[in-house]
Write a new protein. Structure first.
Length: 275
């Protein structure tokens, strides 16, 4: 099973990696991984020193970088803009929402249930949160976005996307980097075309207002990784951003954690399994 991890080098024929180095990459669900660091060098890198495991795999790892580069490339935020974050309680969304607050935006996040919504506002400083499992998330969101939406960060599709599109201003930016709401469905929706989430009415709104989801793959921006890591680490050190993490112990917990954590929401922020 593929999966991002950090691990410790126990043997290496590559002189760039020494025994004891901590590396980040797609190491998979296994106790030991053999990694060809040349063929897959875009995915594997040596971690910086001085950070906790949780920071290295979370805010300074693939999920924090997904947040950072999405805002850099698609968000291009201006103070005073309204930002909606789908998947706000997850690893990427929690960072996107906090970075948008630091950029001076009004930020509304989607969470699954009232406790998650309270957490977004009270712990992470979001301006408001909408329960996507509630009776009428579209109306709840509209009440919280009276001036429309300038930027939509969407990790999930489904009801979250359907509630947000009608509120987006003409030409609003739209970062669509995942489709979590479809991951346990019987049929696959392509992440970029949003599949069944797009009704004819929503398609017409998108056409009329020139709204286009933009997908990007975090690895395509890894050449800028050290700058991003430096900026995120500085915010962390200054106490301006939090890196919420849920940790589960034990290799055997991996399948259950994927199903109940990622798909059914039993976690806050980045979900890690420690082997
Ligand atoms: N493009 C890239 O380069 C890139 C990089 C990293 C990740 N991704 C993708 O980005 C997505 C998010 O990653 P992540 O690591 O942040 O995930 P995560 O930590 O597992 O968070 C998942 C989020 O999705 C929400 N969610 C789950 N089911 C939902 C549903 N049916 N409707 C609405 N929201 C739902 C959860 O909300 P609650 O817990 O509040 O219910 C949670 O906020 C994934 O699809 C991942 O594959 C893409």
């Amino acid at each position: 099973m593929a999966g991002f991890a950090i691990g410790e080098v126990v043997a290496s024929r590559d002189r760039r990696f020494r025994i004891g180095d901590v590396i980040h990459g797609d190491l998979g669900w296994q106790d030991y991984a053999i990694v060809n660091s040349y063929e897959r060098s875009e995915y594997v890198y040596k971690c910086s020193l001085g950070y906790s495991d949780e920071e290295l795999i979370g805010i300074l790892g693939v999920t924090g970088l997904t947040a950072y580069f999405g805002l850099q490339e698609v968000g291009r935020l201006n103070a005073g803009e309204t930002v909606v974050v789908g998947g706000a309680t997850g690893a990427c969304g929690a960072i996107i929402g906090q970075l948008a607050k630091l950029a001076g935006c009004r930020v509304i996040g989607f969470g699954g249930g009232s406790e998650k919504c309270r957490w977004l506002v009270e712990e992470l400083g979001f301006d408001a949160a909408v329960d996507y499992k509630g009776n009428d998330p579209a109306t709840d969101l509209a009440l919280n976005c009276p001036d429309g939406v300038d930027f939509f960060s969407d990790a999930v599709g489904g009801i979250v996307t359907q509630s947000t599109i009608p509120l987006m201003k003409p030409g609003a930016r739209w970062y669509h980097y995942g489709n979590v709401s479809t991951y346990d469905s019987a049929t696959l929706d392509a992440p970029v075309d949003l599949g069944k989430a797009m009704t004819p009415t929503l398609r017409k709104i998108c056409d009329d207002r020139n709204l286009h989801p933009r997908f990007l793959l975090v690895f395509d921006y890894y050449c800028q990784r050290l700058r991003a890591e430096g900026e995120l680490a500085a915010l962390l050190k200054a106490g301006k951003i939090k890196a919420p993490t849920t940790i589960v112990e034990g290799f055997e917990k991996l399948p259950d954690t994927l199903i109940n954590g990622t798909l059914r929401g039993n976690r806050y922020g980045k979900l890690n399994v420690r082997l």
